[in-house]
Design a protein around this ligand. Structure first.
Ligand SMILES: *Cc1c(COP(=O)(O)O)cnc(C)c1O
Ligand code: SF4
Length: 339
């Protein structure tokens, strides 16, 4: 697999720490099970699923999994299983109709005042339930110049005050690439905020470099980083430290989680997740009802169960620690709060 940015780094002969961590990520399911002392569970791995959407697990994320537990909540998010190959009615390739809102290469404009850029096509972890697992990233901009049509649209629409960098994972870009892209956005006077939707501080904490903190805090645009963690066991060790660094640098950090069967669909799991986050200054933002993407049906939790979970969270947590339980309904003007 080619890793964006690596060639650029190699040419200057310095592979940054996070690129080295990325290169060391586990891509072989057998190796993953072996590391976790789960060699006896090799029949749980689906080679067909792994072929359709490869396994990818950074060592830092692996280090937070429990040894010998085939049901570890972190492992279940990344292990390819046969359930993914089942076709289930209602589960589709483009679950949230992204294609209908693509107003320029790499640009999705669904909601008033904010537009989303598909800034990178890859991630450091492949979450099995990923709603963009079938997204045609190959069609999206790669070089800075490819962004010109999207930038032109942003320039011409003064109703847009916030740009979201998403993907894939936008922090798969090198700091210099990211800095250049943000530089172009800063030239657009009506833009005020820059939001980065990323899972890298969770799965590849080395990515939170000093240079990244500088880029975010020195920008004219107010930075908001939205991370993606689903379980308290993720928010420990180097991940916890990386989140603290972002928060201490003055960046607003929010979390979005996906409600996932067998992973975080219990009151205790969700309470612990919120507490781990608020303890480091990260605010729970959204709890997403699973987007119905093909291959992810086995992760779905009934919305009535989700509603009960949220009602219980309200009894156990400070108000600010209860995420909004939302669903993306194609064509709606905002994410829909499930009440
Ligand atoms: C979810 C999403 C957003 C952000 O929505 P918020 O409610 O502001 O967090 C923006 N653009 C697109 C295309 C989205 O899918
Ligand atoms: S980090 Fe996000 S975009 Fe990347 S695979 Fe996971 S869910 Fe998909």
């Amino acid at each position: 697999m080619s890793v964006p940015g690596v060639d650029e780094q190699k040419s200057s002969n310095v592979l940054s720490d996070w690129h080295r961590s990325l290169a060391a990520a586990i891509r072989d399911p057998t190796e993953l099970l072996n590391e976790l002392q789960l060699d006896d569970f090799s029949d749980r791995v689906s080679s067909g699923a792994a072929e359709a959407f490869p396994l990818m697990v950074p060592r830092s994320f692996l280090a937070r999994m429990r040894l010998g537990d085939p049901n570890d909540p972190l492992l279940r998010q990344v292990l390819p299983v046969d359930d993914e190959l089942r076709a289930v009615a209602g589960f589709e390739a483009d679950a949230v109709s992204d294609a209908d809102f693509r107003t320029a290469p790499g640009l999705l404009h669904k909601y008033h005042g904010r537009a989303l850029m598909i800034a990178a096509g890859s991630c450091a972890v492949n979450c099995r339930y990923c709603f963009r697992r079938h997204y045609p990233y190959g069609d999206e901009p790669r070089r800075l110049d490819d962004w010109e049509p999207a930038l032109r649209q942003l320039r011409e629409d003064s109703s847009i005050s916030e740009v979201l960098l998403s993907g894939g994972d936008p922090l798969m870009l090198t700091d210099s690439r990211l800095g250049e892209l943000i530089g172009r956005l800063e030239e657009i006077p009506h833009l005020r905020r820059l939001r980065i939707h990323t899972r890298l501080p969770i799965v590849l904490p080395d990515r939170v470099t000093d240079q990244l903190l500088d880029i975010l805090t020195e920008s004219r645009l107010t930075p908001i980083v939205v991370v993606h963690s689903n379980h308290a066991a993720e928010v420990v060790a180097d991940c916890e430290a990386a989140l603290r660094r972002l928060v201490r640098a003055g960046v607003t950090v929010l979390n979005q989680a996906v409600l996932l069967r067998g992973i975080n669909d219990s009151v205790d799991a969700l309470v612990e997740l919120s507490e781990s986050l608020i303890n480091v200054g990260v605010m729970p933002y959204y709890l997403h009802q699973l987007d119905r993407v093909s291959g992810a049906a086995h992760f779905e939790v009934d919305p009535d169960v989700g509603r009960c979970l949220i009602a219980e969270l309200r009894k156990r947590l400070p108000g600010y620690a209860v995420p909004r339980y939302v669903q993306e309904i194609a064509g709606e003007a905002h994410k829909t709060v499930i009440e």
